[in-house]
Design a protein around this ligand. Structure first.
Ligand SMILES: *Cc1c(COP(=O)(O)O)cnc(C)c1O
Length: 507
């Protein structure tokens, strides 16, 4: 790690609060006592009192503290500051209204153990959201319990396992192969393995989609329990043969699982259920308002066909007349996957998002997300290598091929973007593309922001061709340049100690 300089300037090179300390400086003075001093011994027992001085606490004034922390609060790049080009993440802007609705006292103060008759509003909200998500996906069964996309996947493959065990009895043990394309998100093979399946990898074609011939060959080898497919896939391309893919898997006696993390390219336009998909998970924290990666909880609903619905986690929410209740009577259920009902706050935001958009608005958001990605794709394809020529859906993948000839790699380009005021894109994913840069602008970026990003990328390409070292040494505008990320993760320095001052100055 190289600390470039430590100065008192109000820039990102600002010194730590400890380094700003000046002996004797105080933030607040108490008035002289006008009553007798209480004998502290009679209040706080001796063993609980500290004996040393408050060593190491920075000596600073009030205004030092206020300004220092206000300044550093502005250095964290956030979704409220600017565009997140991260791909495979969606990370859309979350409108304030949905946050406001999620904070309504009746929801936030409701105890998860409150009796059904006192939770009717919350149960109705879950019920309504379930119906809307079923309509959007074209599937009949749903559970909102899973707390993340990965957990939705695990729930989904457990449904497949339960279905096969019930259908095939003893013979089910001979059907343990889960087919997964080489471009898949890493959670797919992990979920399949957790549910007791072995994974076989399907090749992608030059075009970046599932190789049908290879798929058929793998099915002919037998034992296929199912397929896990992301659509649009992780290189942003729509699997145009999806109906045929589903037919091949069904003919082989397996089920089709769709990873719906990229549903923001389909909502309101096409429905997985109509394509022949049996099970899907959604990421409410990617597609329905809550931004992914925000550090908060997630919600990864699992949806399935009517046929599989009886295996869904309990409790099921049932509507009797105009009352809602929880039904635990589901003998074929795989059981619970999460305490209570999952992360309810995400559900409120999602329903608020769906209601405020309406059917037409949801379709418009999808179209804008795809249009934005295609615009970027066209604007940048002359400067950056684009491994798959097809028009992408919601995200586009480039590689560093044109820049690496000059010694500039994906990581350098990402770091240089920081100097231009942008959060970097997703890098080195998907693994099938060497030096991948996966860019997803989403629906919430306007033309001016897109153009600013495109200009930054074109400038960085020009720098890579003319002055590669400038890009290789980036970022130049931050307090810390390139971190040794492995060391930072393995040996994090979480406390400042006085002798660090000396070592920082010599570094
Ligand atoms: C994000 C993502 C997942 C996993 O979702 P989490 O909520 O992060 O567990 C799975 N598949 C794809 C394609 C994704 O983009």
């Amino acid at each position: 790690m190289s600390i470039k300089k430590v100065t008192q300037h109000p820039s990102q090179n600002e010194a730590l609060i400890f380094e700003r300390s000046q002996t004797g400086r105080v933030g607040y003075k108490l008035p002289k006592l006008d009553v007798d001093e209480t004998n502290i011994d009679s209040i706080i027992p001796a063993e609980l009192r500290r004996t040393d001085d408050l060593d190491g606490v920075p000596e600073v004034s009030e205004v030092d503290v206020i300004r220092h922390f206000t300044r550093i609060s502005t250095w964290n790049y956030s979704i409220d500051m600017g565009m997140y080009p991260l791909g495979s993440c969606t990370m859309k802007y979350n409108s304030r209204l949905n946050e406001k609705v999620a904070r309504i006292g009746g929801f936030t103060n409701l105890h998860p153990l409150a009796p059904e008759e006192e939770s009717q509003g919350a149960l109705e909200l879950i019920w309504e959201l379930q119906n809307d998500l079923c309509e959007i996906t074209g599937l009949a069964g749903i559970s909102l319990q899973p707390a993340a996309g990965a957990q939705g996947e695990m729930t989904g493959v457990m449904l497949i396992r339960a279905f096969l065990d019930k259908r095939d009895g003893e013979a089910s043990k001979d059907r343990r192969v889960m087919l997964i394309p080489d471009s898949a998100h890493g959670t797919n093979p992990a979920s399949a393995a957790l549910a007791g399946f072995t994974v076989k990898t399907i090749r992608s074609t030059e075009e970046g989609i599932t190789d049908l011939e290879h798929l058929q060959q793998l099915c002919d080898q037998g034992g296929v329990a199912g397929l896990m497919l992301t659509n649009p896939n992780t290189v942003g391309i729509f699997e145009k043969n999806i109906k045929q893919i589903c037919e091949i898997i069904h003919a082989a006696g397996g089920l089709v699982y769709m990873d719906g993390a990229n549903m923001n390219a389909l909502v309101g336009v096409a429905r997985p259920g109509d394509m022949g998909v049996d099970v899907i998970h959604l990421n409410l924290h990617k597609t329905f308002s809550t931004p992914h990666g925000g550090g908060g909880p997630g919600c990864g609903p699992c949806l399935c066909t009517e046929e599989l619905a009886k295996f869904l986690p309990v409790p099921h929410i049932v509507k009797d007349g105009d009352k809602f209740r929880l039904d635990y009577d589901a003998p074929d259920s795989i059981g619970r996957v999460k305490a209570f009902f999952g992360n309810f706050g995400m559900m409120i935001r999602a329903l608020s998002y769906i209601y405020t958009h309406g059917a037409e608005g949801l379709k418009e958001a999808t179209e804008a997300a795809v249009l934005n990605a295609r615009y970027l794709s066209h604007q940048l394809e002359s400067d950056f290598d684009k491994p798959y020529p097809a028009d992408p859906m919601h995200e586009v993948v480039f590689s560093h091929k044109k820049q690496s000839k000059k010694g500039v790699h994906t990581l350098d380009i990402a770091k240089r973007l920081i100097d231009y005021g942008f959060h970097p894109m997703t890098i080195y994913f998907p693994l099938v593309v060497e030096g991948a840069m996966l860019i997803e602008p989403t629906e919430s970026v306007g033309r001016a922001d897109l153009d600013a990003f495109i200009e930054a990328m074109k400038d960085i390409d020009r720098e890579a061709q003319e002055n590669p070292q400038l890009v290789i040494d980036a970022p130049h505008s931050t307090r810390i340049g390139r971190l040794d990320e492995a060391a930072a993760a393995r040996k994090p320095v979480l406390r400042w100690k006085p002798d660090m001052e000396a070592s920082a100055k010599t570094a």
